[in-house]
Design a protein around this ligand. Structure first.
Ligand SMILES: [Zn+2]
Length: 174
C-alpha cells in the first residue's frame, strides 16, 4: 500500500491503496493528497527529493526509449518493459518523502480539492482511520513516507471544519 508524487506532475498509486480503501471517496483522498503535493510544488523545494525525482525521470525516459525502439504497442517485450519501468518508478517514488509541514499542507489542499469536487469528506476520512489502524504493522509502505495516527486525523478534521466554514476557500497567507 503506497502512493507518491514524482516530477512533472506524476502521481503513482499502488494497487494496495485500492485494496485497503473501503470506497471511492477514500481513493479520491489519496489522489487529492498527492495532487496537493504537486500543487504546492513540494518536490522542487526539497534537495533530497530533487535527486529522487531525477531518478524517476530517468526511468521514465528509459521506458519511453524502449517503447520508441519497438515502435508498436502490444509486443510482449514492450509490455514487460513497461511493467518493469512501472515497478521501478513506484520504488523510486517510494523514496520521495516530505516534511511534516508539507504533509499537513497536502492534506489541507486535499480537503479543499475534495470539497470543491463535491466528494463526501466524511467518507474520504475513512482512509486516514484505516492508515492509523495499520500503523502498527510493518508491511504498509505508505507509513514509511506518510504520517498516520490520531494527529493526522485531528488535523484533517480541523481542516475540513475550516474549509466548510469558508465554503471551499483557501486561507489567506500571512
Ligand atoms: Zn504526502
Amino acid at each position: 500500500m503506497n502512493a507518491g508524487a514524482g516530477p512533472n506532475g506524476l502521481i503513482v498509486v499502488n494497487r494496495g491503496i485500492v485494496e485497503y480503501a473501503a470506497n471511492e471517496e477514500e481513493v479520491c483522498l489519496v489522489l487529492a493528497h498527492e495532487i496537493g503535493h504537486q500543487a504546492a510544488n513540494h518536490i522542487a523545494t526539497s534537495q533530497r527529493n530533487k535527486a529522487a525525482g531525477a531518478l524517476v525521470g530517468a526511468i521514465l525516459l528509459g521506458a519511453l526509449g524502449a517503447a520508441a525502439s519497438y515502435g508498436s504497442y502490444g509486443s510482449p517485450d514492450l509490455t514487460r518493459q513497461a511493467m518493469e519501468a512501472g515497478a521501478d518508478v513506484g520504488g523510486a517514488i517510494g523514496k520521495i518523502s516530505f516534511s511534516k509541514e508539507q504533509e499537513r499542507e497536502a492534506d489541507y489542499l486535499a480537503a479543499v480539492i475534495l470539497y470543491r469536487s463535491d466528494i463526501d469528506l466524511d467518507k474520504a476520512r475513512g482512509f486516514l482511520v484505516t492508515l492509523a489502524r495499520a500503523s502498527g504493522r510493518k508491511e504498509t509502505g505508505m507509513l514509511d513516507t506518510h504520517p498516520a495516527g490520531p494527529e493526522r486525523i485531528a488535523g484533517w478534521d480541523r481542516a475540513v471544519a475550516e474549509i466548510r466554514a469558508a465554503n471551499g476557500g483557501l486561507p489567506q497567507r500571512a
